[in-house]
Design a binder for this molecule. Sequence first.
Ligand code: URA
Ligand code: SF4
Length: 210
Amino acid sequence: RPGAAAWVPDRLSLTSLREAVQECRGCELYRDATQGVMGDGRRDAALLLLGEQPGDREDQQGEPFVGPAGRVLDDALTDVGIDPREVFKTNVVKHFRWSGTRGKQRIHQSPSRAHVVACGPWLDAELRLVRPIGVVILGGTAGKAVYGTSFKVGEARGQLRDWPESFPVARPPEWVLATTHPSAVLRADDRRSAYDALVADLRVAAARAA
Ligand code: URA
Ligand code: SF4
């Protein structure tokens, strides 16, 4: 298989995955990134949160959702009664894709379909390791990665669904729920209502997880 499969270790642990992703050459994104960012959180989490790719801050620190979007996400989880320390957070692509800079910040570029497909074996490994009952998809890029290019987060958000056959994984979760990406809340004209909509979707996941 092309892509990341050759770098995924046989013995799965958070540590073995974190070390192995640093060697990955499954696509070219490793070249311009500081490091690979594997998922982080509880190994026995019931809930896995799936973002797009590490941002500028995550690329530097080597951990997912440690920047501004991560703060929005943790606030929203807390608001629906989910302890952010009890979940597992990861991304469909493990290296930061960027082009050019704005001031000191590097400008984020969404991963292509080829990057998402190449990186799939890492998510498969995380699902085998953590065995979450539910997956919350954050935003359109992660949604398209899982459900295919016709996925529209605006139409799909807030509904419980099954993991699709179009993204075969060894250990699919029992249910999936998509919502908007927390960074879209930060970019929204009306942040308050965008945040409230994120919280409303997460409430559905919290009720299903309870
Ligand atoms: N946005 C994401 O999708 N993932 C992160 O880890 C940080 C920001
Ligand atoms: Fe490997 Fe994914 Fe990084 Fe590409 S983005 S090099 S497939 S870890």
